[in-house]
Design a protein around this ligand. Structure first.
Ligand code: ATP
Ligand code: MG
Length: 180
């Protein structure tokens, strides 16, 4: 599985539709302070279902919507799509290319979709659970995360290891069935 491209529109500093295509190997994003490098990675986390506005450096979720600049009016919608190569069917989907999209409107309406079929946030979480990209995964390490991991209590650290080992999924299912 490989992230082939990201499409961003109306998300944070990306007012206009922006496509970022990834080639094989490493990709580095460089640019002056405030040019939007961190916003790119936040767009990825957001499309994967991030629910915490705070962890996206905002107060409310609507802070992800382009809020205007001296040349452009604020927008009413943020939209991010991630396009994955899934020829290996690593993601549990029949599609050889998987596109996940999240849209958010100033009204508070939120839409998720997989390959342009509307779905629930839970479907997005399930698609990526135990792939290394799911909720709380360690594929994206942001500033300060390393300290958090080292400082966390034993139970939290265990959850981190279980997530990395790909068994957290089973534990969550077990806990849910015990609750029923
Ligand atoms: P640094 O090198 O300092 O880490 P960076 O390239 O990572 O910078 P970002 O933090 O990604 O930069 O981008 C910050 C910019 O995004 C700021 O100029 C901020 O005003 C802009 N920004 C954030 N949210 C919005 C929004 N909702 N609408 C418009 N612009 C926004
Ligand atoms: Mg940054």
């Amino acid at each position: 599985m490989k992230l082939k491209s990201i499409q961003i529109a109306g998300f944070k500093s990306f007012a206009n539709k922006t496509n970022i295509d990834f080639q094989n190997g490493f990709t580095g994003i460089v640019g002056p302070n405030g040019s939007g490098k961190s916003n790119v990675i936040e767009a990825v986390r957001w499309a994967l279902g991030e629910q915490s506005a705070k962890s996206l450096r905002g107060k409310k979720m609507k802070d992800v919507i382009f809020s205007g600049s001296k040349d452009q009016h604020p927008l009413n919608r943020a939209e991010v799509s991630l396009i994955f190569d899934n020829t290996s069917h690593f993601l549990e989907s029949d599609y050889s290319e998987v596109k996940v999209t999240r849209k958010y409107y100033r009204s508070g309406e939120s839409i998720y979709s997989i390959n342009d079929h509307e779905c629930l946030l839970r479907d997005i979480h399930n698609l990526f659970m135990d792939t290394g990209l799911g909720e709380g995964s360690l594929s994206i390490i942001s500033q300060g995360n390393v300290d958090d991991i080292l400082d966390d209590d034993v139970q939290k650290r265990r959850t981190i290891i279980e997530t990395a080992a790909g068994v957290y999924h089973y534990k969550k299912q077990k806990n849910e069935s015990e609750k029923k």
